[in-house]
Write a protein that binds this ligand. Structure first.
Ligand SMILES: Cc1ncc(COP(=O)(O)O)c(C=O)c1O
Length: 490
């Protein structure tokens, strides 16, 4: 019998059989004794370890009881299991240390709270950035599934850039807004957020800076920061991002890319004017600064269509254009697209294949049907009417309850009203007090750390009665806070 190279420590307070048990467990855990390995006989072990046979038997019996070993009469004892779950029983694995070491940054604590609270029953969600269940097209979706079920469909993986029929439908849809492209320059993604994720890991190196509007939706997710990038906020005015800052910021922070939401910006609702769009395109061309144009709200105009997307005037392929069905049809479909130069699209498609082998083909067929059947445009007319009436009602309520304590924009489309408090309000306290009363808020600092006196109101989610109650109640909570803190009223 070869020497095992180890002996139990007789001076240790740990009983000999326990030491042997741990030793054998270690061998299994390390993969030295893999499943199926026949371990030395009881006698061999006793000899090698210089212990009584009964000590070995106690250790082996324990390991057998734990499911790691199995003894067969005449066939010796074998390793039959090495699962982490079995081994984790003793000692327990410290998963928290793994959780802390993960590469991706966690959400902001407030965002985590919002994500949880959104699913509490009867919560009034004043800032949620999605269509209300009342506005989601359940019936039309049912019709689409019925139609699809009689079509011959492949249940396999789709090609790397996504289903060709859907990419064709997307290119047709984009023609209506002045973007002329072909399916080979389109990548189907699982929502616009995935497009941003792919761009962050596929096109930029660690340490790069991303310029963006301040505030921005992008601050509320940690896609670029988790890939080692810095976000550099550029001031906005009522026409959009202030392009005059860009050359200096580009130089000072070495910006590698500009991320912008020109149409019905999240969270401010600002619509970038046509002139500002021209300026932005020209400045970025001069600065050799690529643009990611996030246009997920474009189709939700209320009064008149917004100016053409930046991408429509992008003759040099500087703009990566991102769209999605989440805000107009269904966030649950998880279907969006990126349009850009072919090498970029191929790079992103390659990473997407390595990430998830493509977006759900069922969702892709449904999306193609939405876009190609005319149903999408029909549904949009309804949504625009509804959003407009919700916006008007919300503005009336703000005038009624917040007239002397806040100011706000009147959005021309999209979901958001950016409410600025005139007296200084402790927003965290406001958030907590409102939450206790079943009212969920989206505080402004989620979209920019320094933006402490704002909340994002969304006209798209809460029903009119919830909005009425929620805003009235909120104004009372604010006035109570003002009294408590003796805040100046103007
Ligand atoms: C500007 C912007 N981009 C992207 C997203 C994410 O959209 P999707 O559901 O398509 O991933 C959102 C969602 O709130 C958003 O506001």
């Amino acid at each position: 019998m070869k020497d095992l190279g180890w002996k139990p420590n007789r001076l240790s307070p740990v009983p000999l059989h326990r030491q042997i048990e741990e030793y054998i467990k270690g061998k299994i855990l390390n993969g030295e004794w893999t499943i199926g390995t026949k371990i030395p006989s009881q006698r061999q072990l006793a000899d090698s370890l210089c212990v009584n046979r009964s000590t070995v038997v106690t250790a082996l019996d324990e390991l057998t009881a734990q499911g790691l070993l199995e003894g067969k009469k005449g066939g010796g004892t074998k390793v039959i299991n090495n699962t982490w779950s079995l081994l984790a029983a003793n000692p327990p694995l410290d998963w928290n240390s793994y959780v802390r070491s993960g590469i991706h940054h966690p959400n902001l604590p407030t965002v985590q709270e919002i994500n949880r609270a959104e699913f509490y029953p009867d919560m009034i969600r004043l800032g949620t950035g999605e269509l209300s269940p009342e506005l989601l097209p359940y019936k039309q979706m049912q019709n689409i599934w019925d139609r699809l079920s009689v079509r011959m469909m492949s249940l396999g993986y789709e090609e790397p850039k996504g289903d060709l029929f859907l990419r064709q439908a997307v290119t047709e849809h984009l023609k209506n807004i002045g973007i002329h492209t072909s399916p080979s320059s389109v990548l189907i993604v699982s929502g616009a957020l995935q497009a941003l994720q792919l761009i962050s890991i596929g096109l930029l190196h660690r340490g790069s800076s991303v310029l963006l509007e301040k505030p921005s939706y992008l601050y509320s997710v940690h896609v670029f920061q988790s890939a080692g990038m810095k976000l550099v906020g550029v001031p906005m005015d009522e026409q959009g991002i202030q392009t005059s800052f860009l050359p200096r910021y580009r130089k000072q922070y070495g910006g590698a890319l500009l991320y912008s939401i020109p149409s019905f910006h999240n969270p401010t609702g600002i619509l970038m004017t046509e002139n500002r769009r021209k300026d932005l395109l020209t400045t970025c061309e001069q600065e050799r600064l690529p643009i990611v144009e996030d246009d997920v709200y474009r189709d939700l105009w209320m009064d008149c269509p917004p100016p053409m997307p930046l991408k429509a005037n992008d003759k040099n392929g500087n703009v990566l254009y991102v769209g999605s069905l989440s805000k107009t049809v269904s966030p649950g479909l998880r279907i969006g697209w990126v349009v850009g130069p072919e090498p970029v699209i191929e790079r992103l498609a390659d990473i997407k294949m390595q990430t998830d082998y493509g977006s759900s083909s069922l969702s892709q067929w449904a999306a193609a049907e939405w876009l190609s059947s005319g149903l999408y445009q029909e549904h949009l007319s309804y949504i625009r009417r509804e959003l407009k009436s919700r916006r008007d009602a919300t503005i009336d309520l703000l005038q009624k309850h917040f007239g002397n304590i806040a100011s706000w924009n009147v959005p021309k489309g999209g979901f958001y009203i950016w409410l600025r408090f005139i007296p200084s309000i402790p927003i965290r306290e406001l958030f907590e007090k409102a939450l206790k009363e079943g009212i969920l808020l989206n505080p402004g600092n989620v979209y920019d750390r320094d933006t402490t006196q704002y909340i994002r109101i969304s006209c798209s989610y809460a029903s009119l009665s919830d909005m009425e109650y929620g805003l009235a109640r909120l104004s009372i909570i604010i006035r109570d806070l003002m009294n408590k803190c003796e805040l100046p009223r103007t």
